[in-house]
Design a protein around this ligand. Structure first.
Ligand SMILES: Cc1cc2nc3c(=O)[nH]c(=O)nc-3n(C[C@H](O)[C@H](O)[C@H](O)COP(=O)(O)OP(=O)(O)OC[C@H]3O[C@@H](n4cnc5c(N)ncnc54)[C@H](O)[C@@H]3O)c2cc1C
Length: 376
């Protein structure tokens, strides 16, 4: 057993660190915006990291996507900028359904532009009345003449307004399908989402009698839920990577602060309870990192068969990040509360991770179900 990353992964980490260094000066501004920061997007293009999200025949780096490489990049990016992490992640989440089910024409039209980050995608499942319970969506596609007509409203959609196309999840006959809808189609409109605690590029998307050709349907009719599962199988674990990076960044801030701030005649980190909190944080981060890398490795071998590991990693790491950053704020006292300081931003950015791509409670349900299947 070898716990070291090999040269290929060390290179990916280095590439991600180079990108992170190049945007460090933009991070506070970008993470305070609900629109794409132009300088950050330009730097993402220059980094060529989006090539990790697309197979090599369309400009990507390898024949199939590598969840461990994606995790490693998110770990680095989230420590620097939430927007950089989100833009990078969305390049994969919003293109994977095309990669696995798109026609030759769709793959050739969109995937090279995703690989170069020339365009941004969006993945639209959530609706005002439907979040965790995907099967309760109302968006619907019906056949009309020689094509299709889509109606529905999607809510909290990352990249809405900036995306070149939407992968939209909708009712289709008796089942559900995914549809590739160019953002400039007649009847597509975007409104801002209410402000959230950690600003995020997202919006509410309305599809009002949007006409699309029959081949906008990805895969066979009724494949929609399978495509959602396939996408989450590859990308859910990457949220765990981002959570580990966020927690590590918080801990490093706390270590710097507690080693230089003197109270009661000693640095804070020499006071027993503070030292214990530091040790607990480090230990929990290392545990989360291990399950994350293992789950990512397993997702690379068979993402669907191992989706419960990805769920465990996402659950464990996102919950860990919240605990760790909360303790780190505590160790920094009032200095951890200053608006837009590094620690305060990390504190706000940790919270949504326990809700999106499977709320913790929903993940626990599916993990417990798998446990019964395995051992009973
Ligand atoms: C920053 C951010 C970006 C997002 N980007 C996207 C995007 O790009 N595309 C997209 O489609 N969506 C996106 N979302 C929406 C996200 O997917 C939903 O918020 C998520 O699916 C949860 O749905 P909900 O918020 O409606 O919560 P609900 O489904 O209403 O659930 C609320 C709470 O109820 C509990 N709960 C729900 N179901 C169960 C259950 N079965 N068992 C036990 N407890 C349960 C959980 O505690 C859960 O947190 C984004 C959200 C955020 C915060």
């Amino acid at each position: 057993m070898n716990f070291e990353l090999d040269a290929k992964y060390l290179d990916v980490q280095e590439q991600a660190r180079g990108f992170a260094r190049s945007i460090e000066h933009l991070a506070v501004a970008a993470d305070d915006m609900s629109e794409v920061h132009p300088g950050l997007l330009e730097a993402l293009r220059e980094s060529e990291l989006s090539r990790l999200m697309v197979p090599s025949e369309y400009g990507g780096v390898s024949t199939s996507l590598d969840p461990l490489a994606i995790c490693l990049v998110r770990e680095v990016l989230m420590a620097t900028s939430c927007q950089a992490d989100s833009l990078f992640a969305m390049q994969g989440i919003g293109s994977f359904a095309i990669t696995v089910s798109g026609s030759d024409k769709q793959c050739k039209q969109w995937l090279p532009r995703i690989a170069s980050a020339e365009c941004l995608p969006a993945f639209a499942l959530t609706e005002p009345g439907s979040g965790s319970d995907l099967k309760s969506i109302k968006a619907e596609v019906v056949s009309e003449g020689d094509g299709l007509r889509l109606n529905g409203k999607k809510s909290f959609i990352s990249n809405a307004g900036a995306a070149a196309y939407y992968i939209a999840f909708a009712r289709d006959g008796g089942g559900f399908s995914m549809f590739l809808v160019p953002a400039d189609s007649n009847g597509v409109s975007v409104e801002p989402t209410p402000d959230v605690i950690a600003p995020h590029v997202m919006g509410e998307v309305t599809f009002d009698n949007v006409r699309v050709p029959n081949d906008a349907r990805l895969g066979e009719g009724g494949d929609g839920l399978d495509l959602v599962l396939a996408t989450l199988g590859v990308f859910r674990v990457s949220v765990a990577g981002a959570a580990v990076g966020l927690a590590q960044a918080a801990l490093e801030e706390a270590v710097r602060h507690t080693s230089t701030r003197i109270q009661f005649g000693r640095p804070l980190n020499r006071l027993g309870p503070v030292a214990q909190m530091l040790a607990d944080c480090w230990t929990e981060i290392e545990m989360a990192r291990l399950i994350t890398y293992r789950a990512a490795y397993l997702a690379g071998t068979d993402s669907l068969a191992n989706v419960h590991y990805s769920s465990m990693a996402k659950l464990g790491a996102s919950e860990m990040a919240s605990r760790v950053v909360d303790r780190c704020v505590q160790m920094m006292g009032r200095f951890g509360l200053i608006r837009n300081s590094k620690m305060e931003r990390l504190y706000r950015q940790a919270r949504p991770m326990r809700i999106y791509e499977g709320a913790s409670e929903v993940l626990r349900q599916s993990i417990a179900k798998k446990l019964s299947e395995e051992f009973l």
